[in-house]
Ligand binder design. Structure first.
Ligand SMILES: Nc1ncnc2c1ncn2[C@@H]1O[C@H](COP(=O)(O)OP(=O)(O)OP(=O)(O)O)[C@@H](O)[C@H]1O
Ligand SMILES: [Mg+2]
Length: 266
């Protein structure tokens, strides 16, 4: 059995201050290869906190988080950055593009970390932009693009380095219905190619495109009715071919680069 791409066990994240806020109060979640999971919940429920933890952008207060079966709690900042850069792609509500750089340069930033050879970077960035329908806009500034186009640039940046896991925090939150649908269509295609996706959303239609739907409530995750209706965790073999283009860096590769040892799945 292959390891979950991402697995949280009893994850707690508290924020200090005058009063301690327990944003995550013992979250258990496993994303199998090829999973497509929507996470919903009220404002303040801890959705972004969960995504930041899964993206190795934030540390846990307690519990353990595994990426490709490797425990991440023992990793130092450099190792976390290496795992993040080679394994995880991000898409945010507000795009996070640099207006002073071209569309192509924004996508090339995905290669800051990770082991993609220099000579392959530009062709891969161009291919990713072609895939999202923006191959003719390489030299444009993101500032001249529509919201939907900006988000498609962000998606190209998120996937061009061949991540195993795509994390999206309200990716359609600033988009109209038609652009939301285009973005979700892209996510569905990427998922069909084998990419594991977790998406945070307030939008029922967006959540409906995912195969699983989970709700964050009081800092813990609950299956929603939609998940019961559309069971997830099919073995990846039941969903068509796994990614086989050789572009996905494995954690083993990263371990070689960073010297990670002993972080075994318990
Ligand atoms: N850096 C921080 N310091 C202190 N408290 C924080 C911090 N980040 C988040 N919190 C608190 O943790 C809780 C969860 O916040 P989070 O941003 O994860 O919610 P959310 O579900 O993403 O909400 P929204 O739908 O409004 O984006 C909130 O009570 C928030 O105030
Ligand atoms: Mg949020």
């Amino acid at each position: 059995m292959s390891a979950a791409v991402a697995e949280l066990r009893h994850v707690v994240r508290e924020f200090g201050g005058a009063t301690t806020v327990r944003a995550l109060a013992g979250v258990d979640l496993a994303l199998a290869p090829g999973d497509f999971c929507a996470i919903v919940g009220a404002s303040g429920a801890g959705k972004s906190t969960l995504l930041n933890v899964m993206g190795l952008l934030d540390r846990l207060t307690a519990g353990e988080y595994f990426v490709d079966g490797v425990a991440t709690s023992g990793l130092n900042d450099r190792q976390r950055s290496a795992v993040r850069g080679s394994t995880i792609g991000f898409v945010f509500q507000s795009f996070h593009l640099l207006a002073t750089r071209s569309v192509l340069d924004n996508v090339l930033m995905a290669f800051t970390y990770g082991g993609v050879p220099r000579s392959e970077r530009r062709p891969r960035a161009v291919e990713a932009l072609d895939r999202v329908g923006l191959g003719a806009r390489l030299a444009f500034s993101p500032a001249t693009l529509s919201g939907g186009e900006r988000q498609r640039v962000a998606i190209a940046r998120a996937v061009c380095a061949g991540p195993r896991l795509l994390l999206a925090d309200e990716p359609t939150g600033n988009l109209d219905r038609s652009n939301s649908e285009s973005v979700m269509e892209l996510f569905a295609e990427l998922n069909a190619d084998g990419l594991t996706i977790a998406i945070i959303t307030h939008d029922d239609e967006v959540a409906g495109r995912a195969h699983r739907r989970l709700q964050l409530r009081d800092g813990t995750l609950h299956s929603s009715a939609a998940e019961a209706a559309a069971p997830a965790f099919q073995p990846s073999s039941a969903r068509g071919p796994a990614p086989s283009d050789g572009t996905h860096a494995s954690l083993a590769d990263v371990n070689q680069v960073t010297g990670i040892r002993g972080g075994t799945r318990r």
